[in-house]
Design a protein around this ligand. Sequence first.
Ligand code: SAM
Length: 285
Amino acid sequence: MAGKAETTGTLYLVSTPIGNLEDITLRALRVLKEADIIAAEDTRQTLKLLNHFGIKNTLVSYYEHNRAEKGDYLVGRLLEGKDVALVSDAGTPGISDPGEDLVRLAVSRGIPVTVIPGPSAVIAGVVLSGFPAGRFAFEGFLPVNRRARRERLSAISRDTRTLVFYEAPHKLLQTLKDLRDALGNRRAAIARELTKKFEEVWRTTLDEAVARYENEPPKGEFVIILEGADERGLREDEIKCWEGISIQDHVRMYLDSGLDRKEAMKKVADDRGISKRDVYKSLIE
Ligand code: SAM
């Protein structure tokens, strides 16, 4: 194939549609046709795609529970000079699916890796949400373990960027409740069945979303997009956080955040509306 190294094959990360088959790219079709092997997360799903476009090729399954042995097998073929096209169930391989392991393995063995960009539910969801798309944080699936989930939610609770999550329909309601309890009743966009017949983008709040799905079992595939934490609210919190503490502890707070002594004293003086001399005096008292 074009761009192939002399002896080693290339790993092609091939994005495929997240619903509408017309979203496949011409390059994706060519690579799926020309690759020596297609490694697919769900071979039945990929076979449907290949049949639709009249492509016949060798399919090998590569998914969550066989990725260790199949990863080694695929790297072996790549090192022999075979080109491997990796496709996930849908969308871009490596985004919340086992693709990233194969990429890591290939990179560690010096195998050329390239991408055929295309659909991904995260990008489709964020641009449709109506929330700022210039800065966003993709959180994928939240951890299932309760404690790990609480820790993750606490870590992102002050993030001012738009937040994007994936969720399976049967876990959607619990996740919406956890998001609301940890992050407050934020504005939310619930993007469902993107690019498919029943595509829906519901711009709402977490409270309303919980209320709806308590009465109606969620169906289809979902991306949850939330507005980021309110920057002004966070600044107000910061003001509150030093109001009850001594000048010494207030200076320590800034030293701990990485400022040097002079900068910390200036910040404390500014916060409290007092002179730097007064800050200095209370430190040596
Ligand atoms: N690699 C894929 C990508 O690039 O988007 C994501 C794979 S992940 C295992 C599957 C999750 O993506 C689903 O549970 C859902 O949250 C989201 N998703 C995939 N297709 C979607 C669609 N058409 N509409 C809404 N969400 C979708």
